[in-house]
Each structure stands twice: as C-alpha cells, then as structure tokens.
Design a protein around this ligand. Structure first.
Ligand code: PDD
Length: 280
C-alpha cells in the first residue's frame, strides 16, 4: 500500500503522502458525503447518475458541490487504468475548521479526496452468500450517502461475525436495505424491491436492474416488503456498485428455495453483463 496515485485537494499524489488535518470536519464529525462509482474497462459506469446522487447528498447536508460534473469527470479520469475494472471512491467533507464546533463555520474550503481500487464482483453461478437479518439502527436520512457509517459498520461486522456476507436490515418488520447494498426479492414470480424513501440509499445498481428487468418484460414492483414475505421469497439478492448482484441463499440459517442461486438471478446477471459490454 502507498504507491498508488490518489487525488487530494487538487493534487495527484501517492496514497502514502495523502494527509489531512485532524481538524478536518470529516475526521472530527463524519461531516461529509461520498460516492462509489464502478469503472468497467477503464470507463466510469453511469457517472451522471452517481454525480446527481452526489449533488443530492451535498444538498441534503447543505454543502455546495466544489466541482461541476465536467470537472468531476476530468478530475477522476487520470486515476483510471485503461481497460481495467476498478471502483472509484470519492469523498467531500466540509473541510478543515479552526476549532471544533458542531455548527458549521462558513467560508471553509471542502476537502476533496478520490482513490481507485480493484473490483471483484460475485460471478459464481453455483453458489450464493448467507445474510443475517437485523434491526435497522441507522438514522432517518439514509438516502444521503454520508461518510458517517458507524451503524452500517457495526451491522456489517455483526453479520460477518456470524459467517454472513451482509446484514439485511428491517424497520418495524419491513425490509429496508443491506448494510452496504440494496435488496431485491422474487415473490410469486415478481421481482420486488422496497420503494425509494429516506429509509434507503437510492442505489444506482438498483435503478439499472429495474431498467433492465422492465426492458426484458420481467415483472417487477417497488413496494414495501414485510420480513415475513421476504422469508418466503424464492430468491433474494443484494446489489451494489462494488458487488453488482449477489444471490443470498441463506437468511438467518433458513435456506432460500433450494439453497442455490435462482433462475431469475442467472438471467439478470447475464443481462447485466451484456449491458456493461454494450457500453464499451
Ligand atoms: N455502498 N445501500 C447502501 C447503504 C450502500 O452503502 C450502498 C452502496 C447501496 C447500493 O448503492 P449503489 O448500487 O449505488 O452502489 C445501497 C457502496 C458500494 C459503499 O459504501 O462502498
């Protein structure tokens, strides 16, 4: 670690040299937002959608976007390696303030950071992953992609401690999303996912899957899903920019259908790969 080039406040420098002040409000308060954008064959995937979501996240924390979409595109391009599949992490915090004060101090410059890492999505048609259901202990602004991720971190770790790949979260016995993913279920042949609301992050992968499903006449619905209904699903998937679409074959020690990735997952996975190739 240390040699890869990252972007920090206008400079491209080795990771080991990228330093911020301990007075950065991101460090002291988790006062910032982020994005994770996959890049396939060296090209950013659905960049405009990610940048629009970044605009929404910044608006919701009352921080002006320091860059136009064009500037973001130019800023991220030098980090990408031609022909490779990677993922870009970018973060904007409210910046370095002269003193620690919960209230914003105006006229400070946001801190902008971006780095790239490898991407390794699930592609094993014979096996899926286990998930653990847990009470969603997060705040009420989950549609904001805030860097303040302590609840998500604790939930994911609790799942990992039980040998699971993801925590599937519920509020008042209704599914919200995963600790770092959206959730889909196949119920009576219909592909279902909870509707967009402040209770979930509006996932870009989620949008792409719904788009592909509708284009291919696969029945789908964005409706609230009770945990009882989820437990009877014939398929459950988790989706995100870094993991694409992963079939969940066990939820809380209960095997889903026959414990193998389902037919609709196989279909959507293939269609998703074809869509990626079509953008090449
Ligand atoms: N997280 N919900 C949550 C809470 C997430 O953190 C993520 C992604 C998603 C899926 O969103 P998208 O399809 O746009 O990646 C849903 C990223 C990958 C992360 O935090 O690393």
């Amino acid at each position: 670690m240390g040699n890869e080039i990252v972007y920090l406040n206008g400079e491209y420098i080795p990771l080991a040299d990228a330093k911020i002040s301990v007075m950065d409000r991101g460090f002291l308060f988790g006062d910032g937002v982020y994005e994770v954008i996959p890049a396939y064959f060296g090209q950013l995937f659905r960049l405009e959608d990610h940048l629009e979501r970044l605009d929404n996240s910044l608006n919701s924390i009352r921080l002006q976007n320091p860059h136009s979409h064009e500037q973001w595109r130019n800023l991220l391009a030098p980090l990408l390696k031609e022909g490779l599949d990677q993922s870009v992490y970018l973060q904007v915090t409210r910046g370095v303030a002269p003193k620690r004060d919960h209230a914003f101090l105006h006229h400070i410059t946001p801190t902008v950071f971006a780095m790239v890492s490898g991407i390794n999505p699930h592609s094993d048609p014979d096996n899926g992953v286990k998930a653990l259901s847990m009470e969603d202990s997060r705040w009420k602004l989950c549609h904001t992609k805030a860097i303040t991720l302590l609840a998500n971190v604790l939930l994911r770790q609790a799942a990992v401690d039980e040998g699971c790949a993801e925590a599937i979260l519920c509020k008042d016995d209704y599914l919200t999303e995963g600790a770092a993913s959206n959730v889909f279920a196949v119920i009576d042949g219909v592909l279902m996912t909870p509707p967009k609301s402040p209770a979930i992050l509006p996932g870009i992968t989620r949008d792409v899957i719904l788009e592909i499903a509708r284009k291919n006449n696969i029945p789908c619905s964005e409706k609230a899903i009770s945990m009882d209904v989820l437990r009877k699903a014939s398929e459950i998937w988790i989706t995100s920019s870094t993991r694409e679409i992963i079939p969940v074959v066990e939820l809380d020690d209960k095997i889903i259908a026959d414990g193998k990735p389902g037919q609709l997952w196989k279909t959507l996975y293939k269609l998703f790969q074809e869509y990626k190739m079509s953008l090449r």
